[in-house]
Design a protein around this ligand. Structure first.
Ligand code: FES
Length: 687
């Protein structure tokens, strides 16, 4: 722009950012975007050769903005733009913003290909846009040829050109590039593309790789390292498009099923820590290779990688001993965000690629909870949001724009189907949905792999093929809730043995009773112990939530998000009937899928999101449930279904909750004695 704009200059509005400004006629749209801080990709530096800077000119009157926008308000398509369209994919209706100039008022749409779609965020209520501003940028320059009279090195002339064309000052260069730079410049006939990494505005930018000529591919991976599964998105840093999403089992399982057993393994075999770190890093490299293969991407084009994980996965991935996390005071070696190098971590992607790991919230609330927080944004809204990620350790975040608090609760593995007599992982043949007739006490159910209910025609044939093998973790919630609604289980969680006279499905097993859910090749029973295991797990979760609600000074929450695989499968209604979560309008309870992975994706595509979560995590009030004296009382109250003291008025509007009653067990345990047993359980759980 040669002169400052005035009020007679065209007004240009960029969407979806909403940034606007006036610019003299003849200003390239790309320059206007840069001036306003609107991120539009460009690799060739405005030479109209890379095809990356595409925008859409909106047609029509935008009354709210007082702009009439028209494609006549930009310069006509010229020869450069046409040439580029012949070589690169310029989509119908799009213009190259470096070539098209402003000739009148405009509304410009910067296409955001980075829509996180429903496939990635399972059951997400809304698709979302992530505005791009990645930490790595590709910059093409044409470097002056060497001149005996100006003995400036090849690399120095390259840096000078990157400053002149792209404004990069004070560039650092990766050591491994020094030996390659001369060959690359000559191979590209002095045209070269540099990948430049700059995470924080205040940090010195670094050239992390070089290619001869125009290189038009840059990718990143966003990875959630779960204790059971590693999930990965492969994303184009240039378009923001997610090109592949995949998952793999975490090979650390061979060192221990759950987190604590892996910490114990390290404690008992200090030499095994290296093997666990190597196992997870190798699995991530393998998964990166696989997503690249699936989408025809060269792993060498992966230039940035963002990771989230629970504190123990976080430590093991970074090669840190997690022993301290296995005992009070659960000290993290590092809680802030970690910046590292792929080469340092041994990831088989571009040698110069950068690694960013989101901050951990506390010793039991990890970078995965930080990722989920970034994704769902309790800190960005006024309503009180409860965010729960249920695993062996439930991570709980509660808050709004004023204040956010977080804790973890020791739910144990019951929700994952472990500790349940017929529990199993979600796999074909596992029961996933259950209904029980309150009059006949007869069940009907659905199994994974079949669309039919068990009382529908054709089910038996399908079940013959699949088998009916057990109850998956999410269904156990539904079974126990249905047993409660049908009056089989009392408020205290006791299976009512007197019903054995009414139904053969109530079976006596020793001193307690069980409910026969399926009688076949495999008998599937819900035992008194199963109900107890679920009660213990749900009481731990609810007690943690209740503590956080008290810290926030609220008696209800406005909205509830269930993150993680478990949350995607459970029916929120039954979770509430059992009292896993507090009373809330059921329309406000949603499953948000792998929110931790979505948070990693956001941090990969936009540096501002990294700063946002770093700031937010510093502000989060961390609550250690083990130190809170009220946890035990909340736990005991939450052993009841749905809860001994808390009411569920919103739930009662849509579900007929049974009248409160207590039932004696076959061995005659009375309520006071049961209470004391529950208290012992509470103490054991806390210990
Ligand atoms: Fe490369 Fe426009 S910036 S084509």
């Amino acid at each position: 722009m040669n002169r400052p704009p005035d009020l007679t200059d065209p007004l240009v509005l960029f969407m979806p950012s909403g940034k606007r400004g006036r610019f003299p006629r003849g200003t390239p749209i790309l320059d206007a975007a840069r001036e306003l801080g609107v991120y539009v990709e460009s690799v060739c530096g405005g030479r109209a050769t890379c095809g990356r800077c595409q925008v859409v000119v909106q047609e029509g009157a935008f009354a709210k903005h007082k702009i009439v926008s028209s494609s006549d308000h930009v310069s006509p398509i010229g020869p450069k733009e046409m040439r580029c369209a012949e070589k690169r994919r310029v989509l119908e209706g799009r213009r190259l913003s470096c070539a098209a100039t402003i000739e009148g008022d405009l509304v410009i749409d910067v296409p955001q290909d980075s829509v996180v779609n429903a496939q990635i965020v399972r059951k997400a209520a809304v698709d979302r846009l992530i505005e791009r501003d990645p930490a790595v940028q590709l910059c093409y320059v044409e470097v002056d040829q060497p001149d005996m009279h100006k003995p400036l090195g090849d690399l120095d002339r390259l840096k000078a050109m990157l400053e002149k064309d792209w404004g990069w000052q004070d560039l650092l260069v990766e050591q491994h590039l020094l030996s390659k730079v001369q060959g690359i410049l000559r191979k590209g006939n002095w045209g070269v593309t540099a990948a430049i990494h700059q995470d924080m505005e205040t940090a010195r930018p670094t050239i992390i790789d070089l290619w001869p000529g125009l290189h038009n591919e840059a990718y990143g991976i966003a990875c959630d390292i779960g204790s059971t599964t590693i999930a990965m998105h492969l994303v184009s840093l240039l378009s923001g498009r997610v090109v592949a999403t995949s998952g793999a089992a975490n090979p650390q399982i061979r060192f221990g099923e759950d987190l604590m057993s892996r910490v114990s393994y390290v404690m008992l075999h200090p030499e095994g820590r290296g093997a666990m770190t190597k196992a997870v890093r190798d699995a991530i490299s393998d998964l990166a290779r696989r997503v690249c293969e699936e989408s025809g991407v060269d792993p060498d084009d992966i230039l940035d990688a963002v990771f989230v994980g629970n504190p123990i996965m976080h430590h093991l991935f970074l090669g840190i001993d997690p022993t301290e996390l296995g005992q009070a005071p659960f000290a993290l070696a590092v809680s802030g965000a970690v910046h590292s190098w792929a080469s340092e971590i041994g990831l088989k992607i571009n040698y110069g690629a950068r690694v960013y790991v989101l901050p951990c919230i506390a010793g039991h609330v990890g970078a995965d909870a930080a990722g989920a927080t970034l994704s769902e944004g309790p800190h960005r809204q006024d309503r009180m949001m409860l965010l729960v990620d249920v695993g062996t350790n439930a991570e709980i975040v509660l808050g709004n724009s004023e204040r956010v608090v977080a804790a973890s609760s020791p739910t144990g593995p019951a929700f994952e189907g472990a500790e349940i007599s017929s529990g199993q992982r979600a796999a074909p043949g596992a029961i996933e949905r259950v209904r029980i007739d309150p009059v006949t006490l007869e069940p009907r159910f659905k199994i994974i792999g079949s669309e039919r209910w068990s009382d529908e025609e054709g089910f038996a044939e399908e079940a013959d093929k699949l088998g009916i093998t057990g109850i998956c973790g999410s269904a156990i919630i539904e079974v126990v809730a249905q047993m409660y609604l049908a009056g089989i289980v009392s408020e205290d969680g006791v299976i009512d043995g007197t019903l054995a006279t009414r139904s053969p499905r109530i079976e006596q097993t020793g001193r307690t009773y069980s409910y026969l859910l399926h009688d076949g090749a495999q008998r599937i029973l819900v035992t008194q112990n199963d109900v107890r295991a679920i009660q213990l797990a749900k009481a731990a979760l609810y007690a943690g939530i209740k503590l956080l609600m008290e810290k926030q000074g609220v008696d209800h929450v406005d909205t509830i998000c269930f993150a993680g695989a478990f949350g995607s499968y459970i029916d929120p209604k039954y979770a509430m009937v059992l009292g896993l979560i507090p009373d809330c309008d059921l329309n406000e309870v949603k499953a948000v899928g792998n929110a931790a992975g979505t948070g990693a994706l956001m941090a990969l595509l936009n540096r501002d999101h990294r700063r946002e979560i770093e700031r937010t995590v510093r502000r989060i009030n961390k609550i250690e449930t083990a130190l809170e004296s009220k946890f035990q009382q909340h736990f005991v109250d939450a052993m009841a279904i749905p809860n001994k003291v808390d009411a569920f008025p919103k739930l009662s509007e849509v579900v007929d909750l049974p009248a409160r009653k207590t039932t004696e067990t076959a061995d005659g345990l009375a309520a006071p004695r049961r209470r004391s047993r529950e208290e012992r359980m509470a103490r054991r759980n806390r210990a």
